[in-house]
Design a protein around this ligand. Structure first.
Ligand code: SAM
Length: 282
């Protein structure tokens, strides 16, 4: 292929050749700026020892660059109209495998394990479809995949939630869960002008790197507890916990040193961990 896919001329030429119209229902906004693609691939730190899983390759703009820098790319694309297009645009890259499947229903643990047999380092990189970003992220963090990093383009409002601090409007259960699991960094802000069609929102590329996590925390139990504490945001921690646990909530909160009148939105990650410790470890 002569020029990168992620140029306006090439993207338009591919769309014309295949009679493609971006499908809003699938959240299709194609990147048309090669520098953005290069920066995402660079930030992901993909190299020839890395297998990449991508969600939503579109017409292959990011996939092309990942194929150049990584050992292999496994990409899930839901839109069957794009499969022929990708076979054409990525024909120079024999280290790319496209699967025509909804990422949300794919067997991620199976694909992760299969890649792991030949490659130590597995990462995820994607310009995510914004209508299901949170669901995709939940699927990834609840999977058994031990990804070395996740580099995702998401809409700005969501990135604000990932990184939100206690006592702010954006702080929610997802903020606590993600900050428990990962160090989260902003790679760059991305303007709507570098997409066809232009999305209505600004975008941010974020990179998640797993933290060393205490062995004694059971992730499922911890996340259920966090979700329960936030279940009714305006209610006190006491009232939310009372619905969730058949235990003496006042005694638990006294032991953790958290006032029963506080709300989940004011609790730090360390306070959630202390709460978990008292409830489940006595
Ligand atoms: N990677 C391309 C780029 O950066 O130009 C396209 C990104 S576009 C924002 C999102 C892509 O995700 C689209 O190609 C869309 O068809 C695909 N997609 C949407 N829902 C999906 C799903 N559930 N599983 C897999 N792919 C999906």
């Amino acid at each position: 292929m002569d020029r990168p896919i992620a140029t306006i001329a090439k993207t338009k030429a591919i769309m014309a050749e295949f009679g493609l119209y971006p499908n809003k229902g699938f959240g299709q906004n194609f990147i048309i700026e090669p520098k953005i693609i290069e920066k995402i691939a660079q930030a992901s730190q993909a190299d020839k020892n890395t297998a990449v899983i991508e969600v939503g390759p579109g017409i292959g703009a990011l996939t092309e660059q990942l194929a150049i820098v990584a050992r292999s790319v496994l990409a899930f694309e839901i839109d069957k109209k794009l499969i022929n297009v990708l076979a054409h645009t990525l024909s120079d890259h024999d280290n790319v495998k496209i699967i025509n499947e909804d990422f949300l229903t794919c067997d991620l643990n199976y694909h992760y394990q299969t890649l792991k047999q030949t490659c130590d380092q597995i990462i995820m990189v994607a310009n995510l479809p914004y209508y299901i970003t949170t669901t995709i992220i939940f699927k990834v963090i609840e999977s058994k995949g031990d990804f070395s990093s996740l580099t995702f383009m998401v809409q700005k409002e969501l990135a604000d939630r990932f990184m939100a601090k206690p006592n702010t409007k954006d702080y929610n259960a997802l903020s606590v869960m993600l900050q428990h699991l990962y160090d989260i960094n902003i790679v760059m802000r991305v303007s709507p002008n570098v997409f066809i069609p232009k999305p209505a929102v600004d975008s941010i590329v974020v990179r998640f790197v797993p933290k060393d996590i205490e062995d004694d925390i059971d992730q499922d139990k911890f996340f259920q507890l966090i979700k329960a504490c936030f279940i009714q945001r305006r209610k006190t921690i006491y009232n939310n916990l009372k619905q969730y646990l058949d235990q003496d909530i006042n005694m638990i909160l006294t032991r953790v040193g958290i006032s029963a009148q506080r709300r989940a939105e004011s609790l730090t990650l360390d306070e959630f961990k202390s709460l978990y410790g008292v409830i489940y470890e006595g």
